[in-house]
Design a protein around this ligand. Structure first.
Ligand SMILES: NC(=O)c1ccc[n+]([C@@H]2O[C@H](COP(=O)([O-])OP(=O)(O)OC[C@H]3O[C@@H](n4cnc5c(N)ncnc54)[C@H](O)[C@@H]3O)[C@@H](O)[C@H]2O)c1
Length: 322
């Protein structure tokens, strides 16, 4: 599809990759990015001059503006990031989703909502057909999961009742070169420690499993669902070939960094307080996205970690300490 495209949260980790890819694919004649720079600020100089970049809260976008497509990613994010927004995460997520819906309804836009694997709320292999039930343990992580799930329902209900052209994606554990350690993401945390020869802190016993997916594959999946996914459907996007325990991940990154960092097992509630809740094992079933859109993830965990390692090595700020 070609036309006027809006990406909310488009200067963030996934949003900036998505924006670059939309431009590279020629999928937009006019790209507008809105981002209030509330998360870690990435270098987006390469997007300047190619996209209209609006540094503002997306709630301030004029609702008379017309976009053919909207990708809505703006959200509080990250296990540490959401602790900082505790008490207003769900309100923010739902309010921002409502704003995206109003923009899409007013402009007749196709809306792609980026939800989260957190809506599954429990261990296991997850496909979209199962009835979702997040466990109602009290805490910021659940506020995030419930906010995302409520936003999904709000949008699906609006799409059923009104003229809203909607698709939803649930990403599973994105990783990539520009991900922020500051928001609590494990891969950049491990690289930053490993390249300095410092201990890699593993939460609990490190046996929790994740299935990491490179951000280029996540962005490709999001665009495929927007272009070829069915209306009012929900799609997992992730890579189930990249399953690892956190301890195995630490070992891989330690050997890539080669600085002899030890692993240090820590209780995360001692670091972040009792409100911290560990994520459940998250393994995606991505058969539906593959069947409906033809999309499949490409990058193995090994290749993704090699790319990230190379990126860190070539960054001056890290080079100064290694
Ligand atoms: N990173 C992951 O593994 C992952 C997994 C599942 C879902 N997601 C979802 O993907 C989306 C993008 O996540 P990310 O990892 O790129 O995080 P990110 O923090 O890098 O990106 C989010 C962006 O949204 C912006 N933003 C937040 N509130 C805003 C507002 N009110 N107005 C305008 N901009 C605002 C932030 O400044 C940031 O640039 C989020 O919706 C997140 O919930 C991410």
């Amino acid at each position: 599809m070609q036309g006027r495209v809006l990406v909310t949260g488009g200067l963030g980790f996934i949003g900036s990759e998505l924006s670059r890819r939309l431009l590279a694919l020629g999928s937009t004649s006019h790209l507008t990015i809105v981002d209030n720079l509330s998360s870690t600020i990435l270098d987006y100089s390469d997007l300047e001059g190619h996209a209209e970049i609006v540094i503002d809260d997306m709630r301030n976008i004029d609702e008379t503006r017309h976009f053919d497509e909207i990708y809505h990613l703006a959200s509080p994010v990250g296990s540490v990031g959401i602790l900082q927004h505790s008490g207003k995460i769900a309100g923010d997520i739902i309010g921002l989703a409502e704003k995206a819906a109003r923009l899409a309804e007013a402009g007749g836009s196709r809306l792609l909502y980026v939800s989260s694997s957190e809506v599954y709320g429990r261990d296991g292999s997850h496909d979209e057909a199962v009835a979702q039930m997040v466990p109602c343990r009290r805490g910021p992580r659940m506020e995030y999961a419930l906010g995302k799930l409520t936003a999904e329902h709000l949008l699906l209900n609006r799409a059923a009742a009104r003229d809203l052209d909607l698709r939803i994606v649930r990403p599973f554990n994105a990783i990539g070169e520009w991900q922020s350690a500051g928001l609590g993401f494990v891969v950049p945390r491990f690289f930053e420690a490993g390249l300095k020869g410092e201990p890699l802190t593993v939460y609990g016993d490190g046996q929790q499993r994740r299935s990491f997916c490179h951000v280029s594959d996540i962005a490709g999946g999001i665009i495929s669902v927007q272009e070829r996914g069915l209306a009012n459907e929900v799609y997992n996007v992730g890579n189930r070939d990249n399953i690892t325990t956190i301890l195995q991940l630490a070992d891989r990154i330690r050997s890539l960094c080669g600085r002899g960092s030890p692993v240090q097992f820590v209780d995360p509630t001692e670091l972040f307080g009792p409100a911290y809740i560990e994520a459940f094992d998250k393994i995606p079933d991505v058969g539906k996205a593959a069947d409906h859109t033809g999309w499949t993830p490409q990058l193995s965990l090994e290749d993704a970690l090699d790319r990230i390692h190379h990126h860190y090595r070539s960054r001056r700020d890290v080079a100064a300490v290694v």
